[in-house]
Ligand binder design. Structure first.
Ligand code: NAP
Length: 278
């Protein structure tokens, strides 16, 4: 039977440490949270991020723009926030409405305020291994693995998914800690066989019940990044939890696993932004 990795508890610990540091050093930190349109999931994420700011002692400034906002208008807001001394971090909640080019917006955010670490400059730094901002979700996964006491160096790690925000930076962070990393995607042949090699298996696919017991080695650490809705509309991950859990040594639940860690890492980046900006 696997030990369950409690993402809520680990994330609370991270947030407590951030709050303690902010109080100790008397820091005044501002995070701009920009949301465009009426996407309900985005609204939930933004509310959770604002709540986490409150817990950590970070001031959040919400900019809620209408669905029909133009790219030019959003770029103007980003320019204003880049210049604003009270704002240390800028977060533009994705996805954006289709008339707005997301890449253009991300590239306009000052790399020093890019607390999501999506800007090409920050992505490049992650690649080199010399970075200040952590890619939030992958960094959260690393904290969860560390919390188990599992040694990463020399281990076989398999990441399913190669997106710019999860799969690729996830593989980089594992590589920086000397794992042997395989990245899988929709064209991977014999996926189950590749996954069975993993001492640490990270799934970031976005499909419910995707990872089944036959894909998991006995005693593997299984990290489920997926956030999906099952047939009953309930939040679930990628992993078929009931059948994988007995085989794994450690496993993250959904909800309560990687999700809370992503937000805690965002708070950590916002504190880092303040420190970088002085
Ligand atoms: P994404 O951009 O859609 O990427 C999904 C990846 O899965 C792609 O690389 C895709 O391969 C791969 N894939 C799809 N079908 C596959 C198959 N049959 N076999 C092998 N690989 C397959 O998604 P994402 O943004 O990385 O997010 C992934 C999941 O994580 C989603 O459920 C998302 O909601 C969740 N998420 C959670 C958090 C959190 O805080 N918990 C944060 C971010 C994302 P190709 O590249 O070949 O298409």
């Amino acid at each position: 039977m696997a030990k369950i990795i409690d993402g809520k508890a680990v994330s609370q610990q991270v947030k407590d440490e951030i709050r303690a540091e902010i109080e100790r050093d008397g820091l005044s930190i501002g995070l701009a949270v920009v949301i465009v349109g009426n996407n309900q999931a985005s609204r939930v994420y933004v509310n959770n991020k604002k709540k986490a700011c409150e817990v950590c002692g970070i001031k959040s400034y919400e900019y809620a723009l209408p669905e029909e906002t133009t790219e030019e208008q959003l770029l103007e807001l980003v320019d204003t926030l880049n210049e604003d001394k009270n704002i240390n971090g800028i977060l533009v909640q994705l996805p954006l409405p289709k008339q707005i080019n997301e890449e253009k917006i991300i590239e306009r955010i000052s790399p020093e305020k890019d607390v999501d670490a999506f800007h090409a400059t920050n992505v490049g730094k992650i690649m080199i291994g010399n970075y200040a901002f952590l890619p939030c979700t992958p960094a959260g996964v690393m904290e969860l693995i560390h919390s188990t006491g599992t040694e990463i160096s020399g281990k076989e790690c398999v990441v399913i998914g190669r997106s710019n925000i999860v799969g690729k930076p996830m593989a980089m962070l594992l590589l920086h800690e000397n794992a042997t990393v395989t990245i899988c995607h929709s064209r991977t042949k014999d996926l189950a066989e590749v996954c069975r090699r993993a001492d640490i298996l990270v799934s970031a696919v976005g499909k419910a019940d995707f990872v089944t017991a036959d894909m998991v080695k006995d005693g593997a650490v299984v990290i489920d990044v997926g956030m999906n809705r099952n047939a009953e509309g309930k939040l679930c991950g990628d992993v078929k939890y009931d059948e994988v859990e007995p085989k794994a040594s450690y496993i993250t639940p959904v909800p309560g696993g990687v999700g809370p860690m992503t937000i805690a890492m965002l708070m950590k980046n916002t504190l880092m932004a303040k420190k970088l900006q002085g």
